[in-house]
Design a protein around this ligand. Structure first.
Ligand code: FES
Ligand SMILES: [Fe+2]
Length: 447
């Protein structure tokens, strides 16, 4: 439970709010590269951390991210003409470059120097991993770009998507971090029929067996370890054969999650606020893990009744939503009785159904948290403490350029006697070393 005051502190991100100022200390996804793919392509509306912006790629390929409203009399530059290295307002023709300088003011007399006095809000941009990142905080605090592994990614491996969800960013992120709901919300009855393939033993289970474990022990015990980037934690479950199965996920300031995967994961899910009531859920690939999925064996997702789409993206690279509150997320009550726990076929919409139905900003004075909510409690505490520190003039956590952001990983495994989950997914983990050395190129399911 949070006090009403803390709930406000945690969730509100507009300019001037403590949490908004914390988020502005990090490079933040603003849009997908595919939304503004080529020089002089169409301008794009960007609503980000409560600010209305417009992105455009100029004739020379530079990506500008500027205030949406023209500093003359406020017309939206989304309707502007993207031409000859600048965005020209359609109202009176004032033109701005990617740095926000007014480079032409044709509605004033030719001898006027007024244009030299007019600027448009502009934020720096950096393209990496298929995402255009920006920094919206004070210039004197601008940190180096954090490389989660995208800076050296080969072009054909670059993959990023985003999905819109109609609730507050913390609420959406809580849903992703929550390890216990996989035993409930995402279950279906066919899991019981999955044959035991022998991987219920210390080592890496197949994905199919993981589903069985999640269903077998539906009240995981949580253990948390604070780290320099935030924290990592495990949900501990007993397997049918009596072994200890752990799912380890990581939280990195301010809104990154790396969710448990067999054998380990480096894919980031980011919960970026468009504003207090809307969130962009970004996902991106960080490096070449080649056949990492083979370690988990056949992926049960393919055997399940769930829909894992739509994997197609629209012309801007955004994944469209088929199921929303308006169509009750496609819930089928018959299937809820006899097939799936949620009654919703599309996997991601199962999550949206629960996190959006809490209300745009859930009133956390009403909640009753249990032991399975420990990680969510930790995440909130860390964020609120960091926001207060920044407000008091201290630096934001995990922005240092010398830190190894590529080392943030998740993991999933059945522990051997005496094995410590805290080693999983670290540079010391033999499986990580084998992948990073490129030596794993054959399936090792169950090893
Ligand atoms: S409002 Fe943009 S040029 Fe006048
Ligand atoms: Fe989920």
């Amino acid at each position: 439970m949070l006090s009403a005051q803390d709930n406000e502190l945690l969730t509100r991100v507009g300019p001037g709010t403590p949490m908004g100022e914390l988020l502005r200390r990090y490079w933040t996804p603003a849009l997908l590269v595919s939304e503004a793919p080529t020089p002089d392509s169409d301008p794009v509306r960007v609503r980000l951390i409560g600010e209305d912006l417009v992105a455009f790629r100029d004739t020379e390929g530079r990506l500008g991210l500027v205030g949406e409203n023209c500093p003359h009399r406020g017309a939206s530059l989304f309707f502007g003409r993207n031409e000859e290295c600048g965005l020209r307002c359609p109202y009176h023709g004032w033109k701005f470059d990617v740095d926000g300088r007014c480079v032409d003011m044709p509605s004033e007399p030719p001898q006027s120097v007024f244009k030299d006095k007019v600027t448009l809000k502009a934020y720096p941009t950096h393209e990496s991993g298929g995402i255009v990142w920006t920094y919206m905080g004070p210039e004197e605090h601008r940190p180096p770009f954090r490389d989660f592994g995208t800076e050296t990614l080969e072009r054909e491996l670059v993959s990023a998507t985003k999905l819109h969800t109609t609730c507050n960013w913390v609420q959406a992120m809580e849903g992703n971090l929550d390890t216990s709901h996989i035993s409930w919300l995402h279950q279906w009855d066919g899991v019981d029929q999955i044959p035991d393939d022998g991987s219920d033993k210390p080592g890496y289970p197949t994905n199919a067996m993981s589903w069985k474990f999640w269903r077998h022990d539906r009240a995981p015990r949580l253990e948390i370890e604070d780290t320099w980037y935030g924290f990592k934690y495990v949900g501990i479950r007993e397997t049918p054969a009596g072994h200890t199965h752990v799912r380890m996920s990581a939280f990195c300031y301010p809104y990154n999650t790396v969710i448990a995967t067999v054998p380990f994961g480096t894919q980031h899910g980011l919960f970026v606020p468009a504003d207090d009531h809307n969130t962009w859920r970004y996902s991106f690939t960080t490096r070449d893990h080649g056949d990492i999925a083979e370690v988990g064996g056949e992926n049960l997702f393919a055997l399940s009744p769930f829909e894992f789409g739509p994997s197609e993206v629209d012309r801007n690279g955004i994944i469209p939503r088929r199921y929303t509150a308006e169509n009750d997320y496609g819930i089928n009550r018959e299937e809820q009785r006899h097939l799936t726990y949620s009654g919703v076929r599309e996997f991601i919409s199962q999550d949206f159904m629960v996190t959006e139905s809490m209300g745009a900003i859930y009133d956390r004075t009403q909640e009753r948290l249990g032991t399975s909510d420990k990680a969510i409690i930790r995440m909130r505490r860390l964020l609120m403490a960091a926001a207060k520190k920044v407000a008091a003039g201290e630096p934001a956590p995990a922005v240092d350029g010398g830190l190894d952001y590529r080392s943030i990983r998740s993991a999933e495994k059945i522990l051997a006697e005496g094995e410590d989950w805290r080693e999983l997914g670290t540079d010391a983990d033999p499986m990580v070393q084998r992948y990073d050395a490129g030596s794993v190129r054959t399936p090792v399911a169950g090893s």
